[in-house]
Design a protein. Structure first.
Length: 481
């Protein structure tokens, strides 16, 4: 007290009221005031909302052991006129000095129509040791006409979003008409996400803006590290066919972070089994972005015990010609699976053009259930062995086989192919087959109207002796073996 001598509490308080007093001198004044016998906090509640922080801190510290409804009443009244920072400080003090009166203050504040009273009430709730004691007031605030009151109440609730009662309230607000309210709720539920957010978040993805979507995606991605893969798959897989490409990309982003990618693909193939073809195509296009390399998983799933999975894998295999898939496709083709499954394998084998693959296809070229699939696949190879087999099919007694072979060879523009079709067209007795042969020659750019007319009408030609059998003499000697 060297600075003020025997100063009284009254003189010290006057110095504190003087806004020109330097802060460092205020500290000395407060030290003197602390030991003044004639000083009472209850009579000077203004200290709690003094402009200087050092004074307010002094008052709060001195009130820690004080219990006074009178002081509480004064501070509650003062809250309405103070700025937000000081208002929250006053709220914390009220919970210390007049805890039993808080409910009375809230009853007045939270039923008011003015924003200042409502702000004061929400500060009292937020600064309480346990705001859940005032859930009734918060639920009422969520229905207030003022948006800022509703938002503030939701933010307070969001501080304990893991509480079961509070989470139920927040989940109901996920469909609120107010986009800001939804964002507040989504942020709260995303801080420590639980599997319970999976379904409602996915249902909201398509309806939220970019900022809110990003919050939801971060939370869902966080769940990929836990044990929620099955629930995530259930919601993600249908989104792969969504009309909005941004939504599809979000699903892909989350799927790509699931730990078991083989399981992801297997679940996807099961899911696709019941989709319409246009949705399946869109889904497959999306799933291909999930991983930079789906080949190992596809190769394994071609041999899966689930028929839907096998078929789905074969459909995806048809979109690539990665040589790593060949052994799995070959084994499936040569297996005893249903013919319609192996027909898909045959189609895929057409993309692997080598003598080895041709030899595999030729093992089933006489199989009645597979011939119509093997012949087009052989047409993609165009090597001597494949062409020799196709030329033999032009002379097959089965009219359907001859027709599909003509369709196949019409895309192989080689001299020996043109010659084989010409010979066949001149001797075939079926009018439809001859017309198809003429069409094939036109496709192969044979510009000989006389020849084409003779083939279509079945008129004999001196250039083809009646006794000559089709395919015995080809221009390419290797095909005559």
């Amino acid at each position: 007290m060297a600075l003020f001598g025997k100063s009284t509490a009254e003189s010290l308080l006057k110095r504190l009221q003087d806004t020109s007093t330097p802060v460092k001198n205020m500290s000395e004044v407060l030290d003197g005031l602390r030991f003044s016998a004639d000083f009472s906090l209850e009579q000077h509640s203004w200290l709690f909302y003094h402009p200087q922080k050092v004074v307010r801190s002094f008052a709060a510290s001195e009130s820690r052991t004080l219990s006074s409804r009178v002081l509480g009443d004064s501070l509650a009244k003062a809250m309405i006129t103070q700025a937000s920072e000081i208002r929250r400080e006053l709220a914390a003090v009220i919970h210390t000095v007049a805890a039993k009166s808080v409910m009375n203050y809230l009853s007045r504040f939270m039923t008011a129509k003015e924003g200042k009273e409502l702000d004061a009430g929400l500060d009292l709730i937020e600064c309480s040791p346990d705001f859940k004691e005032y859930l009734g007031h918060l639920k009422s605030a969520l229905r207030d006409p003022l948006a800022k009151v509703r938002h503030r109440a939701a933010r307070i609730l969001g501080k304990d979003a893991q509480d079961q009662t509070i989470s139920l309230i927040l989940f109901e607000l996920l469909h609120d008409e107010d986009a800001t309210m939804r964002h507040i709720v989504i942020e709260a539920l995303s801080k420590n996400p639980t599997p319970d957010i999976i379904e409602p978040f996915f249902h909201r993805l398509a309806h939220e803006g970019p900022d809110t979507r990003s919050v939801m995606v971060r939370a869902l991605r966080q769940l990929t590290k836990g044990g929620s893969q099955r629930r995530l798959e259930k919601e993600l897989l249908p989104i792969l066919a969504d009309e909005d490409p941004q939504i599809r990309d979000l699903a892909v982003k989350i799927l790509s972070e699931l730990p078991d990618q083989l399981r992801v693909l297997r679940s996807f193939l099961e899911h696709c089994a019941g989709l319409a073809f246009w949705l399946r195509e869109r889904s497959i296009e999306s799933i291909q972005k999930v991983s930079s390399d789906l080949v190992p998983a596809l190769a394994e799933l071609i041999a899966d015990e689930n028929e839907d999975v096998r078929v789905g894998a074969l459909q995806m295999v048809g979109l690539t010609n990665d040589p790593r898939l060949y052994p799995a496709i070959r084994d499936h083709f040569l297996s005893d699976r249903d013919w319609w499954e192996r027909s898909m394998s045959a189609e895929s084998l057409g993309n692997f053009r080598s003598d080895e693959v041709t030899a595999v296809l030729l093992q089933r070229v006489e199989d009645p259930s597979l011939r119509y699939c093997v012949i087009p696949a052989l047409g993609k190879h165009e090597n001597p062995a494949a062409l020799h087999a196709l030329f033999s099919c032009l002379n097959d007694p089965n009219r359907g086989i001859r027709l599909i072979t003509l369709d196949t060879l019409s895309s192989v523009r080689r001299p020996e192919v043109i010659e084989a079709i010409r010979r066949m067209g001149m001797i075939d007795t079926d009018e439809d087959v001859r017309v198809r042969a003429a069409d094939a020659l036109r496709t192969l750019r044979v510009d000989d109207n006389v020849l084409l007319h003779r083939i279509e009408t079945g008129m004999p030609s001196a250039s083809v002796p009646a006794h000559e059998e089709l395919g015995l003499e080809m221009a390419n000697d290797s095909l005559n073996e």
